[in-house]
Design a protein around this ligand. Structure first.
Ligand SMILES: [Fe+2]
Length: 249
């Protein structure tokens, strides 16, 4: 079996609600490596608008990752990224280099709002794609508004966005309704990635194997392979060969 690639992980200490110190982050890395994860995108929250995570610019994340890499001893390959919260001007913030994409590729994590979906996200997605960026909508299975109405997510996907669900949602760690929702989306072929969205070693750990095994069992090798290996590998290839190469590792 190939190694896992985790495209969404709050591994860097001290930047957001991930690990508060180096030791926990190092334990998370050990845990990930033991689970068969060979590549991790470190994706701290970036939430423009003046809040606590509004200063997590690409530059700051790259510098934090470089500092972390110089201290830690690991076989896991680390790449920078960000968990980018949606805002009306987010495309401009990506274009001007303030918000980090995944390793400098055109792929980036797009986190939606918690309680009410901002209007016309599908239009925003359309514009992002037109400008050459590929938004990956993170954990739609955890938003109540999609439980009521899945149409906006379908529209986003029709306009070219990809979709990432969280490993714990697959295995039931976020409750039965989240689990039911991911199953529905998977059956529709709407799930492109599963990532850990890990924040620590206990409640939100960096583990992919359990979700992989469950998807393989329920939906077969081909579906599991696309979600866990083929699609994430596409991002690594973009970093290795693309003109936007800017990976500090
Ligand atoms: Fe996240």
């Amino acid at each position: 079996m190939p190694s896992f690639i985790d495209i969404h992980c709050h591994l860097l200490p001290g930047l957001d609600d991930g690990p508060s110190g180096f030791e926990t982050a190092a334990s998370m890395l050990e845990m990930a490596a033991a689970d068969g994860i060979a590549h991790i995108f470190t994706t701290p929250h970036f939430q423009p608008g003046g809040g606590a995570y509004s200063t997590n610019s690409k530059e700051k994340i790259i510098s934090a990752l470089s500092g972390f890499q110089s201290r830690v001893n690991t076989v896991v390959n680390l790449y920078y990224g960000a968990d980018v919260r949606i805002s009306y001007d987010i495309t401009a913030r990506i274009e001007n280099g303030e918000a980090a994409t995944l390793g400098g590729s055109e792929f980036f994590l797009l986190e939606l709002t918690d309680h009410v979906l901002v209007p016309n996200v599908e239009g925003l997605v359309f514009n992002m794609r037109k400008r050459g960026f590929m938004p990956i909508i993170t954990h739609p299975e955890r938003y109540g508004y999609f439980l009521k109405d899945m149409a906006p997510l379908r529209l986003m996907r029709e306009n070219g966005a990809m979709v990432q669900i969280t490993a714990l949602s697959v295995t039931g760690g976020f409750g039965r309704s989240a689990r039911k929702r991911w199953r529905g989306r998977l059956e529709e072929g709407m799930v492109d990635f599963v990532a850990t969205d890990a924040h620590n070693t206990k409640g939100r750990p960096p583990v992919l194997s359990a979700a992989y095994n469950e998807i393989k069992k329920e939906f077969g090798d081909k579906a599991a392979g696309k979600i866990f290996f083929e699609n994430p590998h596409m991002i690594l290839e973009k970093i290795a060969s693309g003109p936007l190469k800017n990976n500090p590792s």
